[in-house]
Design a protein around this ligand. Structure first.
Ligand SMILES: C=C(O[C@H]1C=CC=C(C(=O)O)[C@@H]1O)C(=O)O
Length: 368
C-alpha cells in the first residue's frame, strides 16, 4: 500500500501526468501513470485510457493512455470517516449577493420562456497546507459511494473530487446512464420528503436523456425515481439502460452536458451559462473516467466452451462520471466548484444554501 502512494508521490515530484481513482463501493484503487508529459487528446472515443473532458465540448478532452496501471486495496480509516461529517461554510457576503443575482437572472430568463431549466454555479477559494494525495485518501475514507479521484497533468493542472453521478457505463453495446438532480441535506435517521420543484427538476433530466437516446439505443428502460445519498446530501435518481446502436462518441455528444449540469434547451442554457456565470467552469461539470478498458470475463469451462475457446471473453467497458463535487488545486490554494439546477419554482436564497451544502463535500475534507 505504502509503495502504491509513494509511486504516485514520485510521479508528482517528477511533474508527470497521472490519475488515481476508486469507483463507488469498491476497495480497489487504480492509478494510471504517464511516462512523459505529452498532452494527449481524445479524437474519436475509440481510444483506450482515462478521459478528462471539460464542460464546454468546444474545448478538447484529455486522455491519459492506460499504459502503466497500478492497483491497490484501500481500507477506509473509520476515524476520518465519522469525524468529517460536520458542516463547513466558507462563503462571503459578496459571494452570496453575486450568486443570488445570478439565480434571479436565471429565473427571469425562465419566466420569459427563453429557458425551461438552467444550472448555475460558482467557485469558492480556500487556502490549505494539505498534500493532494492526503486529500485524496480522505475522500476515500469519507465517500465510499462516490467516484473519488485525483487527476494531474503538468500542462493542465490538478483536480480532485468525489462525484455521485454516472454519465455513462458501457459493457460492449450495453449502456447505463443516470438522471440525477434535486437536492436535500441529509439528516440522521430521516428519509427525505421531496416537493414538486425537485421532482420536476429531475424529470427534465430523465426526459432529455430518453429523447436523446431514442434513436441511438434499443431496449431503452427507465427505472422508477429513487432517493440516493451522496455524503451529507440526498438526490433523486433514475437509471436508464439499453443497447447502443451508435458509437460511444455519438452517445456522449448526445448526452453531454445533460440538464443536470447545463439546462434545457441545451444550447440556450449553455449560452446563458457562458454569458452570465462570469467565470470559466473548465473541467467542472465535464466528465471523466475509464474509456474502452478491456475486461476479461471467465465463463464455466464446459466442453463446448473449451473447444471454441469461449471460456474467456474480453469485454470492452467504459465507466464515465460527471465531474461534480470537485475542486482544482491552484497556486494559492484550492478552488471548489458548486452549482444547482434553477427552475421556475426556485427560491434564490434556498439555491444559495444548496450550493453551500454541496460545497461541504469538498470543504470538510480540505478544511478539516
Ligand atoms: C450541479 C451540481 O449538482 C447536480 C447534480 C445533482 C443535483 C443537482 C441539483 O439539485 O441541482 C445538480 O443538478 C453540483 O453539485 O455542482
Amino acid at each position: 500500500m505504502k509503495h502504491f502512494f509513494e509511486q504516485l508521490q514520485t510521479q508528482l515530484d517528477l511533474t508527470k501526468p497521472f490519475v488515481v481513482y476508486r469507483k463507488p463501493k469498491e476497495t480497489k484503487v487504480n492509478a494510471i501513470l504517464q511516462a512523459d508529459a505529452v498532452l494527449h487528446y481524445v479524437k474519436d472515443y475509440q481510444e483506450s485510457g482515462f478521459v478528462f473532458a471539460p464542460f464546454n465540448s468546444k474545448d478538447a478532452s484529455i486522455l491519459i493512455p492506460n499504459t502503466t496501471v497500478l492497483t491497490t486495496t484501500y481500507t477506509s480509516e473509520e476515524q476520518n470517516a465519522s469525524s468529517s461529517l460536520d458542516s463547513v461554510v466558507a462563503s462571503t457576503v459578496t459571494a452570496k449577493e453575486n450568486h443570488i443575482n445570478l439565480v434571479k437572472k436565471g429565473i427571469a430568463a425562465i419566466i420569459k420562456a427563453q429557458l425551461q431549466k438552467v444550472v448555475l454555479s460558482r467557485t469558492i477559494e480556500v487556502a490549505t497546507a494539505k498534500a493532494p494525495l492526503d486529500l485524496f485518501k480522505q475522500l476515500l475514507d469519507v465517500y465510499d459511494t462516490a467516484f473519488c479521484y485525483l487527476w494531474y497533468h503538468p500542462k493542465v493542472g490538478m483536480w480532485l473530487g468525489a462525484t455521485p453521478e454516472v454519465l455513462l457505463k458501457t459493457e460492449n453495446q450495453r449502456l447505463e446512464t443516470s438522471s440525477l438532480a434535486g437536492t436535500q441535506v441529509y439528516k440522521e435517521g430521516q428519509e427525505p420528503i421531496w416537493g414538486e420543484k425537485e421532482y420536476n427538476e429531475q424529470d427534465v433530466v430523465t426526459l432529455f436523456i430518453k429523447k436523446e437516446l431514442e434513436d441511438k439505443v434499443t431496449n431503452l428502460k427507465v427505472t422508477n425515481v429513487e432517493s440516493v445519498r451522496a455524503g451529507k446530501l440526498w438526490h433523486l435518481r433514475t437509471k436508464i439502460t439499453g443497447v447502443m446502436q451508435n458509437n460511444l462518441k455519438d452517445i456522449l455528444v448526445a448526452l453531454h452536458p445533460t440538464p443536470a449540469t447545463c439546462g434545457l434547451p441545451k444550447q440556450t442554457a449553455k449560452e446563458f451559462i457562458l454569458a452570465n456565470e462570469n467565470y470559466n467552469r473548465s473541467y467542472y461539470t465535464g466528465f471523466l473516467g475509464e474509456l474502452n478498458f478491456s475486461k476479461e470475463l471467465h465463463r464455466a469451462k464446459t466442453r463446448r466452451n473449451i473447444e471454441n475457446r469461449a471460456y474467456t471473453a474480453i469485454k470492452k467497458v467504459s465507466n464515465i462520471y460527471v465531474n461534480l463535487r470537485c475542486a482544482e488545486v491552484t497556486n494559492t490554494g484550492i478552488k471548489v466548484y458548486v452549482g444547482g439546477g434553477i427552475t421556475k419554482g426556485s427560491n434564490p436564497e434556498k439555491e444559495w444554501e444548496e450550493t453551500v451544502a454541496k460545497s461541504g463535500t469538498m470543504l470538510r475534507i480540505i478544511l478539516k
